[in-house]
Design a protein around this ligand. Structure first.
Ligand code: FAD
Length: 478
């Protein structure tokens, strides 16, 4: 066998997928060079801090059914990993609705006629299933929940989150996001007749005491100990190939360029940015904008109060409010704020360059506080410092034809035998952090000749997560 120490692998992107690939490869003796455009590691799983208050880029929870990954993470994090319990609600018309929806709670909160209409619409669907509508998010949800519940909860929330009509969004997003698979499931859940372990219904989850980013800070310490060189604030700008093999990569760090000869490239950066490195300027123009992302801006505010509410997540579906979720980081770890204090984070969907993305922190803060007050969370006189953070590539937009668009990009990069693209950005796929991390492990296996493309692309977690118990539920009985 070739000595792995002689092989250089360049990993692009230091989010969960790239970090885990670098972790596994460096544990196996490979020479790994990590290239990251930001000034720190963690990607969408970074945690930012202000005066001992910690904010993720949207609150994260770690759940997985991969024993391989779980054991690695438990071994690395030890007592730094807490088990938290979530409570999610939907704020609507001044009321708190349980999420996932439950009939008893709907009955309590909706006026009688609306409730009756919701149940009628919902029952009607048993006889009126529309197979053709299944392709879009709108059709998929209406088939399962009926028009009234769709119009009340799912439709407005989805339209605000994606900035486009749910009729133009592929139902694949609903399949991954909304765990109910068929009408029988929905009925059992609405009437709380089924104790389910599906991802959406999972109540308990792992969370590092200092925020989700702590997991990747620990991995960074470990891999740097293995000799991994991390180039921050750096991007690949050029690739040299010979006979469809990548020979080297040029990276740029603020005008300072260097060429890195390599034996293998594991890319976890956005698929369109990676494929652009292999094609002519003309092709680049043709492919540009074929894969689009929805962005998020987060308003992070320090609050001089013990707690805001008992909820971890509060979903806000009404279009008149600009945020989609309100979160209190302390509900995930008590160390997210100092004793006696708390904080609040608003998740606000936007597009790069639009009014929300470009407005000042002060404007965002004022609008955020006004919206919170209208919703019933009055923080007047209780707020301290605040700051905002951005996730440009928060959500891959699943247009109806997104699969063909992805394939155009994969056709370009798959020609090269020593290249693999993976992760949420690398495959333009709406996946959770554990799947991204398992993809990183599988990509490392691929480099070592122990896995094929398909095992990297489809580690089998997303679909099966909807069907099997998550390991955490086995470890922590309620
Ligand atoms: C609001 C929100 C909440 C979420 N909550 C959860 C949750 O509770 N549980 C869960 O499991 N998952 C959650 N997720 C999903 C999770 O964040 C992702 O699945 C995970 O971060 C994907 O990891 P990744 O490494 O594939 O991609 P990313 O985290 O996006 O990492 C990609 C990395 O590549 C870098 N990069 C990009 N372009 C370049 C370039 N040109 N050159 C060099 N580097 C580049 C980026 O800076 C980034 O560091 C959430 C996501 C969002 C947006």
């Amino acid at each position: 066998m070739t000595n792995p120490k002689k092989k250089t692998v360049v990993v692009l992107g230091a989010g969960p997928c790239g970090m885990t690939a670098a972790w596994e490869l460096s544990n196996s003796g490979y020479d790994v060079i990590l290239v990251e455009k930001d000034d720190g590691v963690g990607g969408l799983c970074r945690t930012n801090e202000l005066n001992k208050h910690r904010f993720d880029l949207g609150g994260h929870r770690f759940i997985t059914k991969s024993e391989r990954l779980l054991n690695m993470v438990l071994d690395l994090m030890k007592e730094k990993l807490l088990v938290a319990t979530r409570k999610s609600v939907i704020l609507l018309r001044g009321k708190e609705f349980e999420y996932p929806l439950a009939v008893k709670n709907l009955f309590k909160n909706l006026d009688f006629f609306l409730f009756a209409r919701a149940i009628f619409d919902y029952s009607l669907k048993s006889f009126n299933w529309d197979e053709e509508a299944e392709k879009s998010f709108e059709g998929w949800i209406k088939n399962r929940y009926g028009k009234t519940l769709y119009d009340l909860f799912f439709g407005p929330y989805t339209e605000k989150l994606w900035g486009m009509s749910p009729a133009e969004i592929s139902s694949d997003w609903a399949v991954q996001r909304i765990a109910a698979l068929n009408l029988r499931d929905v009925i059992l859940h609405l009437f709380k007749l089924k104790k389910d372990k599906k991802r959406t219904f999972t109540k308990r989850f792992y969370y590092p005491e200092k925020g989700i980013g702590q997991m990747f800070d620990c991995i960074r310490d470990h891999i740097e100990g293995n000799g991994v060189k991390i180039h921050l604030k750096s991007k690949p700008i050029e690739i040299t190939t010979k006979n469809e093999i990548v020979k080297s990569l040029t990276i740029d760090n603020d005008g300072d360029q260097r060429v890195i000869p390599c034996d293998f490239v594991v890319s976890t950066i956005p698929l369109n940015d990676f494929s652009a490195l292999f094609v002519s300027e003309e092709e680049k123009l043709k492919l540009a904008e074929t894969l689009k992302y929805r962005s998020l801006r987060f308003l992070n505010v320090l609050v001089d109060k013990e707690q805001l509410s008992p909820n971890t997540w509060m979903y806000v579906s009404e279009a008149k409010y600009f945020m989609t979720r309100i979160q209190e980081p302390k509900k995930r770890s008590p160390k997210s704020a100092p004793v006696g204090k708390t904080s609040v984070m608003l998740e606000i969907p936007c597009d790069v360059g639009d009014d929300i993305y470009t407005c000042s922190d002060k404007d965002l803060f004022e609008r955020g506080m006004a919206d919170l007050k209208r919703i019933g969370v009055d923080l007047t006189g209780k707020t301290g410092e605040y700051f905002t953070t951005f996730a440009d590539h928060a959500y891959p937009i699943y247009s109806i034809d997104y699969k063909e668009r992805i394939q155009e990009h994969l056709d370009i990069v798959e020609k090269y035998s020593n290249v693999i693209t993976c992760g949420r950005q690398g495959l333009f796929r709406y996946i959770f952090m554990d799947t991204a991390m398992v993809m990183g492990l599988k990509a490392a296996d691929y480099v070592m000749g122990k896995a094929n493309y398909d095992e990297v692309y489809n580690p089998g977690l997303e679909k099966s997560l909807l069907e099997v118990k998550s390991i955490i539920e086995d470890l922590t009985t309620e």
